[in-house]
Design a protein around this ligand. Sequence first.
Ligand code: B12
Length: 443
Amino acid sequence: MLRVPLSIGVLLALVGSPSAQGCAAPQALVSEMLQRLEGSVLEDASPNPSVLLALNLAGAPSRQVQKLLLQQLKEEAVKRAPKDMASGEVALLVLALLSSCQDPQQVQALGLSVDLLRILQQATDEELANMEAEGVPRTTLYSVGLDALSLCLTGVGGYQEASVELARELLSPSSPLSVDTRAMAVLALVCTHGRTDLQDVQDLLQEALSVVTNGFLDEQEQSGGLIGNIYSMGLAMQALESARDFYSPRQWDCSQAFSVVSEHRFQVPTAMAQLLPALLGRTYLEAASLDCSSGTGASRRLRAALAAATATAAPRGRDAPAPDPCRCSVPLSLAAELITVQFSIINRLQGKHFSYSTAVQVPAGATLLKVLEVAAEENPEVYSFQTEQTSWGIMVVSIHGLAGNAEDRTYWRFLSGSDALQEGVGLYKPQDGEHIQAVFSTY
Ligand code: B12
């Protein structure tokens, strides 16, 4: 079994965090998320490594669920990792396995065996080679952050180069980096900072960490608690939790951040999985240092949170299902009401350019996916589209026969007016009269 101790610096940054102690997790939220994450393991068709990582970091009590998910992920690893997994996917799997005290160098399932660290090192090298040759990674900087974090936690080579590249990008990005990407990079850089002996590397990482985390704190102060959007809060909170030393003596008002997230009803398991560790004062940096026997600090913290929640919340049977967010009751008066949504598809990027618009009627409260379906039903020649199921739900991969492509870094971007949507088509609910545009774009 691979046990990779964190360096003293990283451990000191993690243990006894005042922000974790100073902030009480919204307990009802913690207990609800936990139930829904466990439920998602049985419901979701494909196993989600972020969910296993979150359940383990939380010290979740139902070992059966984690066992089932771990087995599914191992099977996925031996089947897909040697052939068709992007670097970030491998990195996330490594984190999930480490959090289950499994050795990612020897993953065994279905009579097969795979060394995920070797695959990850190779994939990270390819990301860095692409950055050197073309100025952008093969996939995304978010994935390079995941790669560097996973390699650093396991202590195998490659993470220092990746972290240096990330630090340079953070300090002078060619285009603005999202909060999610910056937050993931912070986690990687904190780990690398704790492991490297090279003074110039430490200085560079320290500067990047200070710039990013102070930027997060400024943003939280200016926007009443939000850093990025509600879905970037989980990673941003993990970043601020892990990098206190780099914005000290400034303090993080974690209670303000906690209160912002507790007002939102999260529906997607991955969103909950990124947030839950932060609510318990934990971060992905701890993935390799969990004690997998029961009674760990994490499960103690969780039990305390849950005990307080059951004391304050109305009793709900242990096995009673959490309220299903998708079965929100529509008031009877609205049940038959139709709204009109303007829908445009625009390609001014590749091949034969096109621009089409239509007005679509859907029931009030319908998701954007319904708008696309009705448009495609009414005029399949123009509006037919294809989707893929991903860890964040349904992603639109092709419209009007034009598909997004990882090679040329294209995708279908969704906007309301001129504002990019912060949710996918399966979650976003347009209003009457809203103009939704799908614009073929690059990232
Ligand atoms: C990189 C990224 C992208 C890239 C992915 C490209 C690539 N080849 O990697 C691109 C630019 C294509 C993208 C697009 C969008 N994204 Co995005 N994306 C991310 C980011 C930063 C990292 C995802 C990742 O790589 N994870 C690691 C890998 C290993 O895990 P994975 O499961 O294999 O990742 C896949 C999915 O995450 C999927 N994906 C990425 N974004 C989205 C968004 C939705 C709604 C869905 C269903 C799937 C999906 O693409 C990844 C690669 O295949 C996350 C941030 C986060 N906190 O997770 C936001 C994030 C997931 N994206 C988000 C959004 C809103 C979008 C868009 C809807 C934006 C828009 N206005 O158009 C579109 C999707 C539109 C569509 N066509 O359906 C939100 C989702 C929030 C939510 N509740 O649904 C996030 C959380 C960012 C945020 N804080 O707002 N995204």
